[in-house]
Design a protein around this ligand. Structure first.
Ligand SMILES: C[S@@+](CC[C@H](N)C(=O)[O-])C[C@H]1O[C@@H](n2cnc3c(N)ncnc32)[C@H](O)[C@@H]1O
Length: 574
């Protein structure tokens, strides 16, 4: 496979392993309880402020292997500087040339003196590589990752994905036509890209279907209203036709759904016609003219009995006379869209959305994505309880899209967002999600109802979990170490509560942790040492056991009880 080299690559390809594990520290005053679900109810959503390299490493023990869909929108490396603290510099709210103080300092440490000579593109690749590498570990076996990018780095990013995720896990590239450029130039640039890869392409559904498009919901509501209001079919169709004509420009991809009957809004589809080679041949008699209808070029797709059944069920649409080909009636409620490699949506919608949410700020964020773009991706790839991760969170569009989808289809998807810049994370990301969750007054002075949901806001601990001497930091709680032990032992994220020395079972083994007095006064040294009496009071597990503790004083009994002892902290190298 062709590979891509750049200055600094050697220093970063294994760097993700050296990143220390930090702890997530919740910030109550920036968090938002789940709206409408009672006091302090947790939504399972997180917004983390910090460099995503460290944030991802901190999140790994809890979420490794659990994310269904990752969407990232990294800096495109346009070369744009960022605005100063006074907000007055000409640049964007974030730095788009891998020149932020945080990243400059990180490159200096990791790549060393060589970093001073790196060009903008080397730096960008150095920044992206270890972060992409970590992201892969978050995906479930049936998980997928989408990455927005434009012409500047698309070639490099695609090669990075091929290298990290594997060419066989490529799913496709979406071309998003987001702009119209009428400036005099050679080739007017009117699109960008969304790359898509799977963790393991063999494990994902062979066909993606979206069941919850916003426009579909609207069409179903309208259809239901007209069905209830007009019992007479002619009046019903006339009323719907009027509405349809007025709203057609906003109905994509339902712009052909121009009919209504008691079953709701529908369109005619040529799916009864055989595509390609010769299909079935028979006559269908037109119900009014009583003459055989014209046959499709390649005949019909179904045998005659199936066609007769569809006619009986009222599923076949006839033209005014026999000269029109028959079509299949397809209701909007049965519509399953395809995720097309071409997506057309005005990119300025993202800016309008954020301005409407922050009427007090003329320029709250530069070039956020439109919510609909991310909704489109998520509606094909996520459903009930799925976890979605965006490690370049920006203004929080991904969280907004998750809440919108949940609101539309009643599911309970969860999100994790990471944003490096403190001013953005607390002032824009968290603010936006809080406003859309609980409702706000938009720039036109209209009240916008809340979508529900909430989030916990976290920062990263200044000190890592382990001290420079390799000892566990004194203030680490049992639950925090439990996540880490579980991850070290199983390679997967810990989903337990962290309130019992028996953390759970993995591949037939019971995993135990003795730490921080979890056994209270029933044991010596606060229960951190494995002794016979301590073992006797541990929750029982019938089968082999792995016990992490500070020391083992059980002698030969440990082997007889099927115990593999692992000493903390030395056995915890991940
Ligand atoms: C292109 S913007 C994302 C915009 C976002 N999709 C939206 O719609 O608002 C990229 C964001 O990533 C953030 N960022 C850049 N480097 C980062 C890093 N190493 N860790 C976390 N966030 C980072 C920037 O501050 C910026 O807000």
């Amino acid at each position: 496979m062709p590979t891509l080299n750049w200055i600094g690559k050697e220093a970063v390809v294994k760097h993700h392993k050296d990143v220390p594990f930090r702890l997530l520290e919740p910030v109550a005053e920036l968090s938002c309880d789940k709206v409408g679900a009672g006091d302090k109810a947790s939504s399972g959503n997180l917004i983390v402020q910090g460099d995503n390299l460290h944030a991802l490493k901190a999140l790994l023990p809890r979420y490794a292997g659990q994310v269904k869909c990752i969407y990232i929108d990294p800096p495109y490396n346009t070369g744009q500087d960022d605005r100063g603290a006074d907000g007055l510099r000409t640049g964007w709210i974030y730095n788009d040339r891998v020149e932020s103080p945080e990243i400059r300092e990180w490159l200096g440490k990791v790549v060393g003196i060589e970093a001073e000579d790196l060009c903008r593109h080397d730096k960008w690749l150095c920044m992206m590589y270890p972060r992409l590498r970590l992201l892969k570990d978050f995906l479930r076996d049936d998980g997928v990752i989408f990455a927005s990018i434009d012409d500047i780095e698309v070639a490099s990013l695609r090669m990075r994905f091929d290298e990290i995720f594997g060419v066989t896990n490529r799913i496709g590239v979406i071309v998003w036509k987001n702009a119209t450029d009428n400036n005099p130039t050679q080739i007017a640039s009117e699109h960008e890209y969304v790359l898509c890869y799977a963790k393991d392409k063999r494990k994902i559904a062979s066909e993606w279907k979206a069941s919850s498009l916003e426009v579909k919901t609207r069409l179903l509501e309208v259809g239901e209203k007209f069905v209830k209001q007009h019992l007479d079919q002619v009046k019903r169709q006339a009323a719907y036709t009027k509405w349809y004509r007025e709203n057609k420009p906003q109905l994509w991809p339902f712009e052909d759904y121009k009919f209504i009957d008691s079953g709701g809004v529908y369109t005619g589809m040529r799916s009864v016609h055989n595509p390609g080679k010769e299909g079935y041949r028979y006559d269908i008699i037109h119900p009014v003219t009583k003459r055989p209808c014209q046959q499709p070029l390649m005949g019909y797709r179904f045998p005659e009995e199936s066609m007769q059944r569809l006619i009986q069920e009222g599923r076949i649409i006839f033209g005014e006379d026999e000269t029109k080909l028959v079509e299949l009636k397809v209701y909007a409620k049965d519509y399953r869209a395809k995720l097309s490699s071409l997506f057309e949506l005005d990119g300025r919608i993202g800016t309008n959305e954020i301005k409407a949410i922050f009427p007090e700020d003329k320029r709250p964020f530069d070039f956020p994505k439109p919510t609909e773009l991310i909704e489109e991706l998520l509606s094909f790839t996520t459903g009930a309880n799925d976890l979605i991760l965006d490690s370049f969170g920006g203004s929080g569009t991904t969280a907004n899209a998750v809440l919108k989808l949940n609101h539309a289809d009643g599911q309970d998807r969860r999100f994790i967002l990471v944003e490096m810049k403190d001013a953005i994370a607390s002032g824009v990301t968290a603010q936006r999600v809080q406003r859309v969750a609980s409702g706000y007054t938009n720039s036109k002075g209209e009240k916008v109802i809340g979508l529900g949901g909430g989030f916990q806001f976290c920062r990263l601990s200044a000190e890592p979990l382990f001290t420079a001497e390799g000892q566990i930091r004194a203030d680490v709680t049992f639950a925090q170490l439990a996540e880490f032990v579980w991850f070290a032992e199983t390679g997967s994220g810990y989903t337990g509560q962290g309130d019992s020395p028996l953390l759970g079972a993995h591949e037939g083994r019971g995993i135990y942790l003795l730490y921080n007095g979890i056994l209270k006064d029933k044991s010596i040294a606060g229960g951190n040492v494995l002794t016979g009496p301590v073992f006797d009071v541990l929750p029982k597990f019938a089968g082999p056991k792995v016990i992490y503790a500070a020391a083992n004083r059980m002698g030969g009994r440990a082997a007889r009880e099927g115990i593999t002892f692992k000493q903390t902290p030395y056995a915890l190298e991940v």
